[in-house]
Design a protein around this ligand. Structure first.
Ligand code: PNS
Length: 157
């Protein structure tokens, strides 16, 4: 029974994340999607509780996916949930350098391996940072995030 941890900031979850979780749920017996703090990204828009709620609602159609939040090292969470692997999405070559560095650090810390999945081309431009910016400036992100996420984003601004 293979369990995979899909960690991220998810501030907020968007359709590219949903797509990756759907693929992971087909490939693995159990998927844990976790909202974590990215120390390089500051406080963020949604707190971890809100992010976890929006992840859970957006992925409730996937029966083998559960959600959690964690404020600490991702490798400690991987141990806590019994994950065999960490999974990450790659949108473009530009993602690869930092993701590779994190993967190697996580392997050095605990031995856990990271698997990379390419995002589909229709999702490869999606980034939570851009979605926050577009909605803050009055743009339409309805094709880029789940409906509930759009509602919560609109309430924030
Ligand atoms: O969606 P993101 O911002 O690319 O996700 C990055 C995240 C949250 C997975 C990363 O910052 C992380 O693992 N944070 C937890 C703290 C940690 O373990 N840092 C060392 C990673 S090498």
């Amino acid at each position: 029974m293979a369990c995979v941890l899909y960690p991220g900031s998810f501030d907020p979850i968007h359709n590219g994340h949903v797509e990756l979780a759907e693929i992971a749920s087909e490939l693995f017996d159990e998927v844990v999607v976790a909202a974590l703090v990215n120390p390089s990204k500051g406080d963020g828009l949604f707190d971890l509780e809100e992010r976890m709620f929006l992840i859970g609602e957006s992925l409730k159609h996937l029966s083998n996916v559960r959600t959690t939040k964690f404020n600490g090292l991702v490798v400690d969470l991987a141990t806590e949930v019994g994950a065999d692997f960490i999974i990450k999405g790659l949108r473009a070559v530009s993602d690869f350098e930092s993701e590779l560095q994190m993967a190697q650090m996580n392997t050095a810390l605990s031995g856990v391996q990271t698997l990379f999945l390419p995002s589909a081309s229709r999702s490869s431009f999606l980034a939570s940072r851009l979605i926050r910016e577009v909605i803050r400036l009055g743009g339409d992100v309805s094709q880029m995030v789940p409906e509930l996420v759009q509602k919560h984003l609109e309430e924030k601004f």
